[in-house]
Design a protein around this ligand. Sequence first.
Ligand code: RBV
Length: 443
Amino acid sequence: MTDTYPPISDQLDDLESAQEEGRRKMEWAAQHMPILEVVREEFVDDQPFEGERIAMAMHVEAKTAILVETLADGGAEVAVTGCNPLSTHDDVSAALDTHENITCYAKRGVDDEEYYAAIEAVIAHEPTITVDDGMDLVAAIHEDYPELIDGIVGGAEETTTGVHRLRAMDDDGALEYPVFAVNDTPMKRLFDNVHGTGESSLASIAMTTNLSWAGKNVVVAGFGYCGKGVARKATGQNANVIVTEVEPRRALEAHMEGYDVMPMSEAAEVGDVFLTTTGNRDVIVEEHFERMQDGVLLANAGHFDIEIDLEALDGLAVDRYEARDGVEAYEMADGRRLNVIAEGRLVNLAAPVSLGHPVEVMDQSFGIQAVCVRELVESAEPRSANASGDEPRASDEYGPGVHDVPDDLDKEIAEIKLAAEGVEFDSLTDTQREYMGSWDHGT
Ligand code: RBV
């Protein structure tokens, strides 16, 4: 196992000013994260993670940094790296690395080799808990360091793509420790996936191109939670939204919401902006590029950069140049220019001006992450009871596999947020509760 990849502090030249700027960004985020504030106070008092080692691979920017600190302040030793080579903010990474319980390896713009070396450096801390956005840590541990699995209490996964991969792994009987599907909770996906992806993707594209949404034909590929958010927000910006889908009920839902629904081969001819949100591969391919108009914008909001076939686009291009910071123009033989934003990587985090989802929604998602980690530790064998490491530490309650987050945890986070917003709400009377639990009261 390599542990030679250095933390960010050993990689930056002007370290002090980076730390200062990173800290400033984190303070702004923290001011707007009331959920993590409450959870952090609880963790500081209770020290639930004393003796635990948490490995994290996430988008290392200011909001994520507040989650990392919250876990470290709860007594954990945390090692963290990025989950996308373009989403890291080096200044935030440097600021995090100053915390005595945190080692941060994330660096923006790393190549594949450095990206995986940083993941290995995190794993070299021999984690007892993993927190992933995209499942890279779970995959690396199962493939290359299976000897660590018995010492692992469990994991938590942030995103749709990661949960999808984990379920596929679980179906194959290959997932050997419990992982909470944080993405699938109402408090995550009804807000983060819908509002977060919608707002931050459109904002990033607008800021990167300086172009308007009004009057544009915006093609949204996929009408899942993310696609719905993008479609709704683009409509709010006066765009004409076209949806492409492969699932009949979602296609019908989009149609009934008032969007134009058509195959990508038709949408390709009329779209001005294309935004993929499917989580699948090869959504926009050669036959589509061939039909597109001059000047179109192509962007991806899915986790991986495989939704737009850039290799095929490169094959068609007679010339290629950086049209703006974060915009690569591919010129076709007939003179049309197709503009790819942020290398087809998730646009709300990977474009040069991108900041990720708004702070408030990440407070919710990361609130769930934090209580999931607490739940894993509370349910597990204490480290001392299993000092030899012969027995798995994961509890019987959460055996190996993907687990839904207990509803009570999701409600706990919703209640903290409502209290912070000063929103009061009703509760059931005893009679109502009894009625809802009965089946013998008909007309
Ligand atoms: N996401 N993180 C941010 N830290 O700014 N923005 C979005 C951030 C997460 C989001 O929860 C989504 O599920 C995942 O990134 C996709 O990689």
